[in-house]
Design a protein around this ligand. Structure first.
Ligand code: 5GP
Length: 209
């Protein structure tokens, strides 16, 4: 019987504007056994963002230096900005026996899949209900200018083509429902882990009796 890895790497990817950031924040509020991996980025901080909470905002030079020192599990370039997930987030989550949640793109997800075992990863791709809804959400959040919105929209169409690389694909119509669905899937994986653990101890007893 294969051993299950208890602390999972949970990846949530989606095109910009599909509601992924809100979703991740709601999920960690609902599931206390998950920590969010805070990424580093060279992009400028937006008005509603906090350094150390949303991202660690660093210069391109600092980012490149960290990358050279193997500080990141994976890095990617989006909209001419650099993004990366620190390795220490995985080490810490294992130490504290928690799952770690990555809010990263498909490029980062691919790199993590190459470095970790398949049964260590639970990955989700979140789709917006439609292209027009995606545009509406990008405009509504009021973070980006028109040029930026159109750029993000065209990237979004390309990104969506990668949905089939993920174990779970969800359509984010109502964020509360999507969070519930993600929670249920994670709990299903936890149930399997618990069941296997239970069975292992039972089997030992049966064999040794
Ligand atoms: P935004 O600038 O809108 O916060 O993020 C742009 C894109 O970069 C999103 O798809 C987001 O998931 C992705 N992203 C954020 N952090 C990371 C990271 O550490 N690694 C990778 N590969 N992508 C990231």
């Amino acid at each position: 019987m294969s051993t299950e890895i208890e602390n999972k790497l949970i990846i949530i990817s989606s095109p910009s504007g599909a509601g992924k950031t809100t979703l991740c924040k709601l999920l960690i509020k609902k599931m206390k056994n998950i920590t969010l991996s805070i990424s580093y980025t060279s992009r400028n901080k937006r008005l509603n963002e906090t350094n150390g909470k949303d991202y660690y905002f660093v210069s391109k030079k600092k980012f490149e230096n960290l990358k050279k020192k193997n500080f990141f599990i994976e890095t990617a370039t989006n909209f001419k900005n650099l993004y990366g997930s620190p390795i220490k987030n995985i080490t810490l989550s294992k130490k504290y026996k928690k799952h770690v949640l990555f809010d990263i793109d498909w490029k980062g997800a691919r790199k993590i899949r190459k470095k970790y075992k398949q049964n260590e990863i639970i990955d989700f791709f979140i789709l917006p209900p439609s292209k027009s809804e995606l545009k509406r959400r990008l405009v509504k959040r009021g973070r980006d200018n028109n040029k930026e919105i159109n750029l993000r929209l065209s990237y979004a169409i390309d990104e969506m083509k990668h949905y089939n690389e993920y174990k779970y694909v969800l359509i984010n119509e109502k964020v509360q429902n999507t969070v519930k669905e993600i929670k249920r899937i994670i709990e299903y994986h936890e149930l399997i882990i618990a069941q296997k653990k239970f069975l292992k101890t039972k089997l030992k007893k049966i064999i040794n009796s």
